[in-house]
Design a protein around this ligand. Structure first.
Ligand SMILES: Nc1ncnc2c1ncn2[C@@H]1O[C@H](COP(=O)(O)OP(=O)(O)OP(=O)(O)O)[C@@H](O)[C@H]1O
Ligand SMILES: O=C(O)C1=C[C@@H](O)[C@@H](O)[C@H](O)C1
Length: 335
C-alpha cells in the first residue's frame, strides 16, 4: 500500500517536471521569436532611417527634389510615414552629407532640395526670429524688372504676417486706374518717376508692417533711398539672362521700358535692353541693406542652376541676409 502511494507520488512528480520543462521550453521559444521579431523591426527601422532620401525627380508628376521621410512603427506594427523633421539649414547640410553616402542617385542628380514642408517650417522660424528686431519697419524689395520682387514679396509678407504693397499698383490706383504702360505712354517717364517718389515717401512715413515690392527703377533717384532707408531694403540680385528668360516667357506688354515688337527675337532684345538699363543703375542697387544673390544662394545649396531655386528658398535666403544685417546694425539689442 505504502509502495503504491510512493509510486503514484513519483509518477505525479515526474509528470509535473515534464510539464514544467515543456512550458519553460515554450517560454524560451516565444522569447526567441519575440527577440528575433524585435531585431527585425529595429533593422527595418534603421534601413529606412539611414537611406531615407527619396529623390522626387524619379516620381512623375511630383515636384522636383528630394523628400526626407522618418519611418516609425505604430502600435499595430505597420509602417507609417510621419511628418518630415523641421531642420535647421546648417544641420540639414550635415544630414545631407551623411545620407548622400547612401544615395548614389542623389549624388548623380546633385539635388539638395528640402521638402516643401521643411522649406515652410524654416521660413516660418526665420520670420519669427527676425520679426522682433524689425520693429514693424517696412521692408522694401528692390531689383531689376522680373527679379521676383512681387513673387518673393508675397512669401515674405505672409511669413511675417505683414501686408504686401506693390508700388506700381499703388501708382496705378493714385492715377485712377491708369496702367504703368499708359502713364509712360500718355504722360512720359518723368511723371511716373514723380509719382513713384511720392508713393515711396507716403509708404515709408505712413505704413508699418508692410513688404513693399518697388518698381525696378525706384533705385535711380537718391531721394527714394532717403525714404526706403526708413525701413529695411533687400536687393534681389538675379543674372540678366535669367531675367530675360522670365520676361520673355510672360511677354513685355506691361513693361514699357522693355516693350518688344512681335517681329523681334524677344529673348535677345530683352537681354540687350536689360544690359543697357543695368549699366545705368546696377551700382544703385548696392545701396540696399541686404543682398540676395541668386548665384550665391544656388551655390550654397549645391544647385547646378539658379533656375533650380524655388521662390521659398529665395525668401529664406532673404531672411538670412536681413538677419546678418540686423546683427551688425543692432548687435546689442540682439544679445
Ligand atoms: N524664383 C523664380 N523662379 C522662376 N520664376 C520666377 C521666380 N520668381 C519670379 N518668377 C517669375 O518671373 C516673373 C517676374 O516675377 P515678379 O513679377 O515677381 O518680378 P518683379 O520683380 O515684381 O517684376 P517687375 O518689377 O517687372 O514688376 C513672373 O512671371 C514670375 O512668375
Ligand atoms: O525698371 C523700371 O524702370 C520699371 C519697372 C517697372 O516695375 C515699372 O515701375 C516701370 O515699368 C519702370
Amino acid at each position: 500500500m505504502v509502495d503504491m502511494v510512493a509510486v503514484k507520488a513519483e509518477r505525479e512528480s515526474s509528470q509535473r517536471q515534464r510539464q514544467e520543462s515543456a512550458s519553460l521550453k515554450s517560454l524560451v521559444f516565444c522569447s526567441a521569436v519575440e527577440i528575433k521579431k524585435n531585431v527585425m523591426e529595429v533593422a527595418t527601422v534603421q534601413r529606412f532611417q539611414y537611406s531615407s532620401w527619396i529623390d522626387l525627380r524619379n516620381f512623375e508628376g511630383k515636384p522636383r527634389g528630394s523628400l526626407r521621410y522618418t519611418l516609425r512603427f505604430k502600435e499595430n506594427k505597420t509602417l507609417r510615414v510621419v511628418a518630415p523633421l523641421a531642420l535647421d539649414r546648417r544641420r540639414d547640410h550635415r544630414l545631407r552629407s551623411v545620407s548622400d553616402q547612401n544615395s548614389s542617385a542623389l549624388l548623380e542628380t546633385g539635388s539638395l532640395r528640402q521638402s516643401p514642408f521643411d522649406e515652410e517650417q524654416i521660413l516660418k522660424r526665420k520670420a519669427e526670429e527676425i520679426k522682433p528686431y524689425l520693429k514693424g519697419r517696412p521692408i522694401f524689395l528692390v531689383g531689376m524688372m522680373g527679379s521676383g520682387k512681387t513673387t518673393v514679396g508675397k512669401i515674405l509678407s505672409k511669413a511675417l504676417g505683414y501686408t504686401l504693397l506693390d508700388c506700381d499698383t499703388f501708382i496705378e490706383h493714385a492715377m485712377n486706374g491708369t496702367s504703368v504702360a499708359e502713364i509712360f505712354e500718355h504722360f512720359g517717364e518723368s511723371v511716373f518717376r514723380e509719382k513713384e517718389t511720392e508713393t515711396l515717401k507716403e509708404v515709408s512715413c505712413m505704413y508699418r508692417q508692410v513688404v513693399v515690392s518697388t518698381g525696378g527703377g525706384a533705385v535711380i533717384r537718391p531721394i527714394n533711398w532717403k525714404y526706403m532707408h526708413k525701413g529695411i531694403t533687400i536687393w534681389l540680385d538675379v543674372p540678366l539672362e535669367v531675367l530675360a528668360h522670365r520676361i520673355a516667357a510672360v511677354g513685355t506688354d506691361s513693361r514699357p521700358l522693355l516693350h518688344v515688337d512681335e517681329a523681334e527675337d524677344i529673348y535677345t532684345t530683352t537681354l540687350n535692353r536689360l544690359s543697357k538699363i543695368w549699366d545705368v543703375r546696377g551700382e544703385a542697387y548696392t545701396n540696399a541693406n541686404a543682398r540676395v544673390s541668386l548665384e550665391n544662394t544656388a551655390l550654397k545649396l549645391g544647385y547646378k542652376s539658379v533656375s533650380d531655386l524655388t521662390p521659398t528658398e529665395i525668401a529664406i535666403e532673404a531672411f538670412e541676409q536681413v538677419q546678418s544685417y540686423l546683427d551688425n546694425e543692432d548687435g546689442i539689442a540682439r544679445l
